[in-house]
Design a protein around this ligand. Structure first.
Ligand code: NDP
Length: 316
């Protein structure tokens, strides 16, 4: 940014539902809020084909469309959305932050981390080799390439179950394997998988290797721990949904829980003054678009109070 430009009040790192909601609320509270996202804003929303549980929409809305609405609404109130990276967040002695971005360097009293989490990989032979050739982590993105094909889904959470249901609209030949004897997913989503004729469920299974002909996936080696046997079976695609690792590397000084998520209080404050965290990067019991948006609203409100306190003004 140029030297004459006013420094923002808040930098929001990550433009998913949590970050964009924080931007909207902060801007409406009269604060200058800048959101940075190195990809198109929307975060994980962009990978959701149909969102049926976001309140206020009585028929499913695509994640892409909802994300577009989040961006437009935040911008309408004056938030600035940058398509750029945040490269460092350094703490200063007065508790402000120096934020180095691809657009310039800013000094701000408040940073809101809404960096989300990076998908986890199985780390088995063939997984990396066949990424983009049958191994995928996004059903909305890659599912249509495997219409009518035999698909293996790995995982037992909401993502694995939800994405299996999406894939079952494209193929009647889905197998889902999970390492435990029951799904971790919400009952409603797991129940739909159990009742879907296109999906075969195999519990107590782990995947050991993904094989192919060099160009595409052809088979998978699995272990059935109930029968203690390994076997190989033909598949055209493997969709892996085994959770995610929170992106916290920009703030190594902030406290995290044993799984690496930023610890916040109910106001989304971390242990570092002026540093807030929202959405999937924080230790929240329920990761939904609606809870991410709620986190953003709470954080913006608390950040406005924090800034007013810094200015020695009463919060209105
Ligand atoms: P989760 O962490 O909830 O689940 C990950 C699943 O993968 C677990 O079943 C876990 O097994 C399994 N797993 C982890 N590591 C391995 C491994 N190495 N090998 C085999 N299996 C493994 O991740 P999700 O992505 O499903 O969900 C993330 C968050 O997003 C959750 O809070 C979820 O509620 C939310 N979400 C909500 C949706 C919705 O409401 N529509 C849709 C998608 C996500 P185990 O059970 O044994 O630990």
């Amino acid at each position: 940014m140029s030297e004459n430009e006013k420094q923002p009040d808040i930098i929001i790192v990550g433009g998913g539902a949590a970050g964009l909601s924080a931007a909207q609320y902060a801007a409406r509270a009269g604060l200058t809020a800048h959101v940075f996202d190195e990809m198109a804003p929307g975060g994980q929303l962009l990978t959701i084909d149909e969102l049926e549980n976001y309140p206020g929409f009585d028929s499913p809305i695509s994640g892409f469309e909802l994300s577009d609405k989040f961006v437009k609404q935040a911008e309408q109130f004056g938030a600035v959305v940058h398509y750029g990276s945040v490269d460092a967040i350094d703490r200063n002695e007065d508790n402000s932050f120096t934020v180095t971005t691809s657009e310039g360097t800013y000094t701000v009293p408040v940073v809101i981390m809404s960096t989300g989490a990076k998908r986890r990989e199985l780390g088995i032979p063939g997984e990396k080799e066949y990424q983009g050739k049958g191994v995928s982590y996004c059903a909305t993105c890659d599912g249509p390439f495997f219409k009518g094909k035999r698909i293996l889904v790995v995982g037992g959470g909401d993502s694995a179950c939800g994405e299996s249901l999406f894939l079952s609209k494209l193929s009647g030949n889905i197998v889902i394997v999970h390492r435990k004897d029951r799904f971790r997913a919400q009952r409603s989503i797991a129940g739909n998988v159990e009742h879907d004729d296109h999906i075969e469920i195999r519990f107590m299974h782990t995947v050991h290797e993904i094989k192919g002909d060099g160009k595409k996936v052809t088979s998978v080696v699995m272990h059935d721990s109930e029968q203690n046997k390994d076997y190989e079976e033909e598949f055209d695609a493997v969709f892996i949904f085994i959770g995610a690792t929170p992106r916290t590397q920009l703030v190594p000084y902030a406290e995290t829980d044993e799984s690496g998520y930023l610890i916040t209080n109910e106001l989304m404050r971390t242990n570092i003054p002026g540093l807030f965290a929202v959405g999937d990067v924080r230790n929240t019991p329920f990761r939904q678009v609606v809870t991410a948006a709620s986190d953003g609203a709470v954080a913006a409100h608390a950040a406005a109070e924090y800034i007013d306190d810094l200015k020695g003004q009463a919060y209105v």
